[in-house]
Write a protein that binds this ligand. Structure first.
Ligand SMILES: [Zn+2]
Length: 111
């Protein structure tokens, strides 16, 4: 009859010193979160809108601004905007989000 002792009784030497330093180092994501705050809601004349600031470091693609019809080149800080009160719900609203020049959103005409 084998006894079930011996294999677990002693701590082995092989896994010495778990690197505790790696665990406590902050990850890069934390930094990007600071630059990427939660969207806020703007109550406007034409409804309620979510507005998400897109910092230059996170803007990796070219977008077309719906206000002026011109491009927002990569690495340009801008705004991402979608309806807060979309009739088909929040997911649909986010799908239809638009990228705006920050200035265009502020000065947009009352269409
Ligand atoms: Zn624009």
């Amino acid at each position: 009859m084998p006894k079930r002792s011996g294999s677990r009784g002693r701590s082995s030497n092989s896994g010495q010193k778990p690197s505790k330093w790696q665990k406590t180092m902050p990850q890069g994501r934390d930094i990007s979160r600071i630059l990427d705050p939660a969207p806020y809601v703007e109550h406007s004349f034409d409804g309620d809108w979510f507005i998400q600031f897109m910092p230059a470091v996170n803007a990796l693609k070219t977008y077309i601004c719906p206000e002026c019809g011109r491009k927002i080149p990569p690495r340009t800080a801008h705004l991402v905007i979608w309806r807060e009160d979309h009739m088909f719900g929040k997911d649909r609203a986010i799908e239809e989000r638009r990228h705006w020049h920050s200035k265009c959103w502020q000065t947009r005409s009352k269409w």
